[in-house]
Design a protein around this ligand. Sequence first.
Ligand code: NAI
Ligand code: MG
Length: 492
Amino acid sequence: MTTLAAAPRLPMQTKNWQTKLLIDGQWVDPVDGKSFETYNPATGEVIAVVAEGNAKDIDKAVQAARRALESGPWSRLDAADRGRLLFKLADLVEKEKEQLAQLESLNCGKTITDSRGDLEGVINTLRYYAGWADKIEGKTVPVRGSFLSYTLRQPVGVVGQIIPWNFPLLMLAWKWGPALACGNTVVMKPAEQTPLTALRMGELALEAGFPPGVINLVNGFGETAGDALVVHPDVDKIAFTGHVDTAKIIQKRAADTLKRCTFELGGKSPNVIFADADMQQAVDGAFHAIYFHGGQCCTAGSRLFVEESIKDEFVRRLVEKARQRRIGDQLDPATEQGPQVSREQQEKILHYCDLGQKEGARLVLGGKRWGDKGFFVEPTVFDNVADHMTIARDEIFGPVVGILPFKSFDEVVDRANKTYYGLAAAIFTKNIDKAHLFARAVKAGTVWVNCYHVVDTTTPFGGFKMSGQGRENGEAVLEHYTEIKTVTIKLG
Ligand code: NAI
Ligand code: MG
């Protein structure tokens, strides 16, 4: 297997970088010896060639995870010691968070500032779930008759985790943290666009002392390695983050084994600006809602409802701000927007920009590729978007916002909910009644008032409707990584 090619700015890459598969505590070559290239999306240049796993490798990884679950040292470890391993991992990540942030940025295109923020999230998540490990409790239950009944919370088992490319390290932490705290073993398939930081996390996990087979990593593609996890009879659960259409395939493919599935999918999140909002706060909030990480967020505030009486002024200010956006090299600390992750994503976004114009929305800014190399897209604003237009219905996953004028509270709540998604929603207003009424009425797993994209490891996160199944983060996720068992004992 090849090692990481020269990527001049990263000091850590002078050493021999891991590119293999992590199975049963060993770095191994894939059974079929295949590999694939991964790119710097700012230039399109290859930065590494990494091992590509398929069904045969997944099978080996699942067997290792099963052994670790049933008979290895992991199965005998005290809950508090599982927590200690997670704390140790968090400490190791903290020690090299800057290098990890750089590698994350290089591979997925997010700005170094954003990656540094993600790393804080990774560390917080690992520590939060480290703390949970010995606090996952059953209950004693007052049953009828002369019996003692109590419940145990036990691991679901071998968990297949399939993650996307937009927050590679954070999604890894969201999935490893609770799964391991609850005592499961893991086979993870990172996204094919961003295989690199997971490999380093695998090395750190071994260094932290996780026993062989507890954490396995198989890079590769969705239709091969991902699907093999989904159909494998010895995988108990799939935790997936990605596109809603992929989740539909996974749910069907998981049906034969009736696997537990949790999904964190996309959205077309409404962000509602009332005329009584603090104008500058609302403009800044709406800007962050859509342009954070180039719009590549499941919660992106892509349907921007603005009350008609302030709409022109609002659009003027938003466009002015978007014009100033500093686009460029994601590793330059001055850069505010890096490239989209891939050519495929860039083309998808530009296709929606064309479609928006064809369907009659007014393009006020952007709509084009930025620069002449790499996968950049200009910050884009469409005004006078109507609910029926494709750009108001589909997840674009790019720096493209559609502005939808509205007149009344009831009207906007109704329109905000007219989507099969339900991940997030936000409202900007000074009126406390409107804020609370909106929070109750909107069908979304997360509601923000006068802020946006505030996601903490302590609060439940997930979707209503087709934005997902189950929750991540907070205490809520623990039920998805445990099975509840009732034990009943005859007394006397
Ligand atoms: P995707 O859903 O295809 O990929 C996500 C993960 O699923 C990757 O690891 C991929 O290898 C895996 N996968 C793909 N097909 C699979 C299958 N049949 N069985 C098992 N695993 C499979 O998303 P993709 O193609 O990278 O992006 C397409 C669109 O999805 C984006 O434009 C965006 O709209 C949405 N998306 C949403 C994300 C979110 O955070 N909710 C994250 C990434 C993408
Ligand atoms: Mg896909």
